[in-house]
Design a protein around this ligand. Structure first.
Ligand code: C2E
Ligand code: MG
Ligand code: MG
Length: 738
């Protein structure tokens, strides 16, 4: 190789011979340099004949490191022949490949194993070229052989790992993908194809050309996916709904990341896909269950709270209002107790459907539990529209409803509070709607009331009464007063009615008006009623034991008591315990109680009658009676309600009604008794119209036990004209003696 420094432009051009010497000198230095390079090579440069044994004519010094033999040993063939070193399994192949190269005078590259002198097996790569045969028959081969054992091991390791990863990719149960930024699949595994309903990964790649439009049910999901990728470089548990090949929709969860090159350029996305349809559906089911009522399918309290909060926020923004209407079915417990829970549930479902039909899409109806529902009405204040909706609901609920071939109807009471006027949070709004609802109940049910702050005082009063009632039940602070009934034909005492009072240390004797309704609503009436029954029987027996002429004692029953199967047993037991004849007990029932479910009541009353107990209908004329049923009830008497008696002499209608009731009662063979007789005129009218008996302040207020005994004893001692009796009674204050 020429040395440019010596031929530099500054050196003087030598003469011809000198030039030849320079050339000679430079050539020999090139040869030396070349020899040094060749000798220093790691592998072995060689030249050999292509005869069977490959006779070597030249081998560089690398021969020793490669084979363990020196070049001289290899050339002389004394130490070893190169062909002898080639692994027996490779020898044939190599020969064939080299022969082919010779035929085409081409270059060749072969890899094979040799066994070095120390017995170690090495992989070598031989690159050679076949030289023209020249004069000799055999060809010359020149080339280079290097040890590639380490390289091969490396490649092998790479291949192994590639195979392992490929197997993971191919056999994973999760779908795996790589996609371009433009939404085209670059690579997918068989699991992904299965998830999306394709036969093979190739099918997916070929068929899904636009992931955003073809795959995602909501294309905005893909946009969201890309936004997250851009922002965070990854997405985790990204759930979306996608379309399978056959159009079926499934839910998938993706975990993916963006892949960048060394310069930070975004190359593609890759990640995994899992079919989470089942989990998602289960989750939805659970969520639904957590937020809805199982009986009616309506939103429950939880969801209602949520919706109300949303509606309040919206109303705040729009400067509008939200109405919260709390609805409670009237006497639902009675229906549940009488007809069983199945029918009760059916009623709730019917009511739910009817309420929904009254509302707009933006309104919500929810069930809070039991027989309590809530309507959330947006944009409604105290205005007409709200009244109309509430009226509609009242009407819809009150429509008759069939149960076991019977038609029943149930009313409801509604209390309304309005955001923001009546409260600015869910709890206050509900509490105030509840207060208004109680007011609606108090006002006779089947109506709606708007909340007003003074209602709270009434509620406090009611709560106090509830506490008082509980205490009274525990301490048996009840008293019975007895009001005589007078037979008009004879002017004698015809019986007595037991009337309940609570004896309160502070307030004195409390009349039933204050507590009967609460006792009925809380169910305490059952226990109280039992007490009344036992006390009245015991008292009546005590009168007989005193040798007084036997009288019948009447007690008032509440609907709750009548609906209980135990009533018959309780009555029997009370009579037995007091040792009182059944004919000395009378039960007063109201029309609404017996007409509520006449068939059941008739059966129950027949059993009571069979015991010998007498039955009468109280407050007759104020409720609703079917004459047809009236005929079939085993009752002995009708009690004309005191409201009609009070109006006698003032209202012609009242007189007509009283007359009609008397003649109706007589035509049904019933005794008719007038309640609340206060004046002589009323008495005269009743006598004239052949009323059978009376009860009222004119003769006596309800009396305490002792006063009543005194009255009886005096009468027994000799009073047989009712004028005298009247005088006697006038001298008794109400519940005198207590
Ligand atoms: P009721 O069964 O119709 O009883 C008659 C009511 O009229 C009694 O009221 C009685 O004191 C009152 N009264 C009697 N004569 C006159 C009169 O001449 N003028 C006026 N203005 N009132 C008169 P009380 O005792 O306040 O009872 C009210 C209602 O409470 C009863 O009406 C009855 O429905 C109910 N009640 C009373 N005791 C019981 C009971 O032990 N159990 C149940 N479930 N209800 C009861
Ligand atoms: Mg009564
Ligand atoms: Mg009455």
């Amino acid at each position: 190789m020429a040395k440019p420094g010596k031929l530099g432009p500054k050196s003087k051009p030598p003469g011809k011979r000198a030039a030849a010497r320079v050339v000679e000198k430079s050539r020999s230095s090139d040869v030396k340099a070349l020899a040094a390079v060749v000798a220093g090579l790691d592998g072995m440069l060689y030249r050999c004949r292509d005869n069977r044994t490959r006779t070597f004519e030249f081998a560089s010094d690398g021969c020793l490191a490669l084979t363990g033999y020196t070049a001289a040993q290899l050339l002389s063939g004394r130490g070893a022949s190169y062909c002898g070193l080639i692994h027996a399994d490779d020898r044939n192949r190599i020969a064939i490949e080299i022969a082919a190269a010779i035929r085409t005078s081409a270059r060749f590259t072969v890899e094979y194993r040799i066994t070095a002198r120390d017995g170690s097996v090495k992989w070598v790569r031989e690159r050679g070229a076949v030289k023209a045969a020249g004069t000799s028959k055999s060809h010359l081969i020149e080339g280079y052989i290097e040890d590639v054992t380490a390289q091969r091991a490396e490649i092998r390791a790479l291949q192994d790992s590639e195979r392992r990863f490929r197997s993971l990719f191919e056999n994973a149960t999760e779908g795996i993908f790589q996609t371009s930024l433009s939404g085209v699949y670059l690579n997918v595994n068989p699991a992904l194809a299965t998830i999306y309903g394709y036969d093979s990964p190739q099918d997916v790649i070929a068929a899904v050309a636009d992931i955003e439009k073809q795959l995602y049910v909501d294309p905005a999901r893909r946009a969201e996916f890309i936004r997250l990728m851009r922002e965070n470089g990854a997405v985790a548990n990204f759930v979306s709904e996608v379309r399978r090949r056959n159009g079926e929709r499934i839910w998938i969860s993706e975990n993916a990341r963006a892949v960048y090159d060394d310069d930070g350029t975004l190359l593609f996305y890759e990640g995994t896909v899992e079919d989470v349809t089942e989990t998602k559906l289960n989750q939805e089911k659970l969520e639904y269950l957590a937020n809805h009522d199982a009986v009616t399918g309506l939103p429950n309290r939880l969801l209602m709270n949520d919706r109300l909060r949303q509606m309040m926020l919206q109303a705040q923004r729009n400067h509008s209002v939200v109405a919260v209407a709390l609805i409670d079915l009237d006497h639902f417990k009675l229906i549940n107790d009488t007809f069983g829970h199945n029918q009760g549930d059916q009623l709730l479902q019917t009511v739910a459907r009817r309420m929904q039909a009254c509302l707009r899409d933006t309104d919500t109806v929810a069930r809070l539990g039991g027989d309590e529902f809530v309507l959330l009405l947006s944009g409604e204040g105290r205005g007409e529209a709200l009244s109309q909706v509430t009226q509609r609901v009242l009407k819809a609920i009150a429509l008759p409803w069939r149960v076991e071939q019977r038609e029943l109807s149930v009313s409801c009471s509604i209390g309304v509070s309005v955001f923001p006027r009546d409260g600015r949070d869910v709890q206050t709004l509900l509490k105030n709607a509840d207060t208004a609802m109680y007011k609606a109940k108090e006002l006779g049910r089947n109506n709606f009331q708007f909340y007003s702050p003074d209602m709270n005082a009434a509620i406090a009063e009611r709560l106090e009464m509830q506490n008082l009632l509980h205490r009274a039940v525990e301490a048996e602070q009840f008293v019975l007063l007895y009001q005589p009934k007078i037979d008009l034909a004879s002017g004698r005492l015809a019986g007595m009615e037991a009337l309940l009072r609570i004896r309160d240390d502070q307030r004195g004797l409390l009349p039933p008006l204050n507590f009967i309704q609460i006792a009925e609503e809380t169910g305490l009436i059952v226990k109280i009623g039992e007490w009344v029954l036992r006390e009245a029987c015991t008292f009546n027996k005590s009168l007989q034991r005193r040798g007084l002429p036997p009288l019948r004692v009447a007690i008032n029953l509440s609907a709750r008591q009548l609906m209980r199967n135990e009533l018959l047993r309780s009555v029997e037991q009370a009579l037995r315990d007091a040792d009182l004849g059944a004919e000395y007990l009378e039960l007063e029932l109201t029309e609404s109680m017996v007409m509520h479910d006449p068939e059941v009541v008739i059966a129950m009353l027949q059993q009571l009658e069979a015991l010998g107990v007498q039955l009468s209908i109280d407050d007759f004329g104020t409720g609703y009676s079917s004459l047809n049923y009236l005929k079939r009830f085993p009752v002995r008497s009708l009690k004309i309600d005191q409201s009609f008696v009070r109006e006698l002499g003032q209202d012609a209608n009242a007189a007509a009604i009283v007359k009609a009731v008397i003649s109706l009662g007589h035509s049904l063979d019933l005794q008719v008794i007038a309640e609340g007789v206060e004046t002589a005129d009323q008495l005269a009218f009743l006598m004239e119209n052949r009323c059978d008996a009376i009860q009222g302040f004119l003769f006596s207020r309800p009396l305490g036990a002792d006063a009543f005994i005194a009255l009886l004893e005096r009468e027994h001692a000799r009073i047989d004209s009712y004028a005298a009796l009247r005088e006697l009674c006038h001298s008794q204050p109400e519940h005198g003696g207590i």
